[in-house]
Every structure is written in C-alpha cells, then in structure tokens.
Write a protein that binds this ligand. Structure first.
Ligand code: FES
Length: 255
C-alpha cells in the first residue's frame, strides 16, 4: 500500500534527465525517465507503508499492474525492478489473498497425493499458460504446475526456485489456482525429503549446538566498531576453487 506523503519527497534528477508523464492510480505525474516504478512513486510524493520490502527483486512485495498508452494488454512487474515508461498507467497490488493451506510438513509425503490433498485445486489447471505470461520473474508457472500434476516435485521446485511469492499468477488464473503456494509446498517437500543431505552442514550445525563457536562469538561481540572494521578489512580471502582446490585457511581451529 502506498499513501501520499505530506510535504515534498526528494528525488534525484540531473539536468539532462528527461521527464515523462506516468499515471499512478489514474493521476498524472511528471517523473524522471530513469526511475523505477517504486522510486518514481516516491518521487511523486507517495510513501510506501506496504508494497515495498527488499527493493532488490527478492521479496515480491511490490507487485504492480500497468498498461502502456495505446495498448489494451495489462502487464505486470515488480515496482523495484521495472523502469517507468511514458504514459504508463499503474497501480500496486500489495497483497493477494489467495488460499494458503495450513499443513504439517512432517505428516506429508513427497508425492502427488500430498499436494493434491492440500491443494485439490491443482487438478483444475487448464494449461492455458496465462500464469506464465503474467509472472514478473519470467517463471514458467504452467510448466511447474504440470510437473506437479505428474508428481515431479523436484522439477516443480527447480522451475519455481526464483518465485518471489507476489501472487500475480493466482490473480490472473482463470481456473483460480494458487500456483505460488503450491510451488512453496513443493519446495518444502523437496527440501525436507528429496534433496541430498549436506553432511558437512549437519556436522557444522552439531558443532554450533555443542558451543564450538561460542567463545569466538563472545569475543566478536565485545569488539568496538573500529576493531571490527580493522579485522574485516584484514580478513583472509578464500581463493576461487579452481585456483587452489587444496586451499585451507591459516586458522584451522574452527574447521
Ligand atoms: S521490494 Fe522486494 S521485490 Fe520489490
């Protein structure tokens, strides 16, 4: 959700930057053409209290629907990643209230029956590909839904890996699926039951629980800013693995 801020919000504009008209929820503003939708809205005086999170294309909070002048087609994008265009008509969608099932992952098995039980809407997929066309991350949403229908949870997890959970796929789906929540379930099942175990990670977690790093953390927490920065600047760099595959750090007591 974006609200109009009181007073002037500063924006960056060099003398050569061209100003272009955009329409935010129907109202016209002139903004620098180099801004993203997110920063253009702030330039126009909007303050984001929802609909904005990481500003880096990860969290999916800034889903935006827009249309370009002269076109009839609605387009979708992440406001923090999409640069404004002349006569862009836009509105933000801060939240998609799609059905998110409650389940206990420990009681599920990694197969189609589990997913079908939790999200029976899956079987309504028309394979129309509207979801893929709407995805601002360019994910083949229909393909991962089809993978799920074949019981291929690993493939669904792989194809949906960069999903930001913005929910636009569900918003556009004529069969009213909740694709993004289904894919999240697939990734959870994959991570819990199918992905090969990382033995070195298990070992490290055990060491952390046993307190192997407690004294090191205590020492770091006791340092002042200056000493922290000094140590950070002088830290040992791990080389690229192809440069020295046998590399070991000088300090080995925490390995
Ligand atoms: S603010 Fe997080 S994806 Fe845009």
């Amino acid at each position: 959700m974006a609200t109009k801020a009181r007073g002037k919000v500063s924006g960056k504009k060099s003398s050569e930057t061209r100003m272009i008209p955009i329409y935010i929820m129907g109202k016209k503003y002139e903004v620098p053409e180099t801004l993203t939708i997110l920063t253009a809205m702030e330039y126009a005086g909007y303050r984001h209290i929802r609909g904005c999170g990481c500003r880096g294309g990860i969290c999916g909070a800034c889903a935006t629907v827009y249309r370009l002048s002269g076109e009839y087609r609605l387009k979708f994008g992440l406001a923090c990643q999409t640069v404004v265009a002349p006569d862009m008509y836009l509105a933000q969608i801060p939240f998609v209230p799609a059905n998110k099932a409650i389940y206990d992952i420990k009681k599920l098995t990694p197969d189609i029956n589990s997913i079908g039980r939790v999200y029976p809407d899956l079987y309504r997929c028309l394979a129309c590909n509207t979801c893929s066309k709407a995805c601002p991350m360019g994910i083949s949403v229909m393909d991962y839904v089809q993978a799920l229908l074949k019981g291929d949870i690993a493939e669904c997890a792989r194809l949906s890996h960069s999903c930001t959970m913005c929910g636009i796929c569900a918003l556009r789906c004529p069969a009213e699926l909740q694709q993004f929540h289904m894919a999240m379930l697939a990734r959870r099942l994959y991570g819990r039951y199918l992905q090969p175990r990382a033995r070195h990670l298990e070992k490290r977690v055990k060491q952390i629980k046993e307190g192997k790093f407690d004294s090191m953390m205590d020492e770091i927490m006791s340092l002042n800013n200056h000493e922290l920065k000094r140590r950070y600047a002088r830290r040992e760099w791990e080389p690229e693995s192809y440069e020295n595959p046998d590399w070991q750090p000088e300090e080995t007591k925490y390995l």
